[in-house]
Design a protein around this ligand. Structure first.
Ligand code: HPA
Length: 235
């Protein structure tokens, strides 16, 4: 069976999918976590990998960048391939003094400037929220690691040109990070009665661009987020 963007058979995906943005990161994650990983789809260079991690079935597939791209892959996985939970594991920009590059934000909710979730319940400003079981599993796995924060993020449609007054206000409202996918994932999970979580490494800071992490640091710090995402996926 194929969907427009996934060429795979029913049963090719595990019920739990880790979803980075970058297809090359998906490939590296699959090689790192699952010695028995096999590629189950490769439409448009978005590889999907399925194998086992500590004996449990797991899939990894990238979302591409932005809410429309993530929505396409997440919808097809949830609707047609038996996927029950998707854990986005990616990066965000820090937008509050309460967070630093290298921290990990487990996104309890996601504000957005996108209109995607407006269709869910016309007349209501939908709250895009994480699934409790996944959130709890990730937070439990973090233990007392003070670099892991549980907070809302904002999912913007634009990467560039964040209005400074918006950044400041969102920070005052307790928002820690800015990224481009979580709100759509949470909206889809609610719509389709599935589960979702986003675990985000802070890769740079909007208030202080000099704090940007090196590529090497990004990879190391990403491992913390990955371990929380895996704990949630297999909980
Ligand atoms: N916006 C701004 N900075 C970022 C983002 C983003 O979406 N992701 C990582 N750093």
């Amino acid at each position: 069976m194929s969907t427009p963007h996934i060429s795979a058979e029913p049963g090719d995906f595990a019920p739990a999918v880790l979803m980075p943005g970058d297809p090359r990161r998906a490939e590296r994650m699959a090689a790192q976590l699952m010695p028995d990983a096999r590629k189950v789809t490769d439409v448009r260079g978005i590889g999907g990998y399925t194998g086992t991690y500590q004996g449990k079935p797991l899939s990894i597939m990238a979302s591409g960048m932005g809410q429309p791209s993530l929505s396409i892959y997440a919808t097809e996985l949830y609707r047609f391939f038996g996927v029950e939970r998707i854990i986005r594991v990616g990066t965000c920009g820090g937008l509050s003094p309460d967070v630093e590059p290298g921290d990990v934000v487990v996104a309890i909710g996601a504000h957005t400037d996108s209109s995607l979730n407006d269709a869910l319940c016309p007349g209501i400003h939908f709250s895009a929220t994480a699934s409790w079981n996944l959130l709890k599993a990730a937070v439990d796995a973090a233990g007392d690691d003070a670099s892991v924060k549980v907070a809302p993020v904002v999912s913007r449609d634009r990467f560039y040109d964040n209005p400074p007054e918006q950044v400041q206000r969102l920070a005052e409202l307790g928002t820690l990070g800015v990224e481009m996918e979580a709100a759509a994932l949470y909206g889809l999970a609610a719509q389709l009665h599935k589960e979702a979580l986003a675990v985000l490494t802070v890769s740079d800071h909007l208030l202080d661009p000099s704090k940007d992490m090196s590529a090497e640091d990004r990879e190391t710090k990403f491992q913390t987020a990955l371990s929380l995402a895996v704990a949630a996926a297999l909980s």
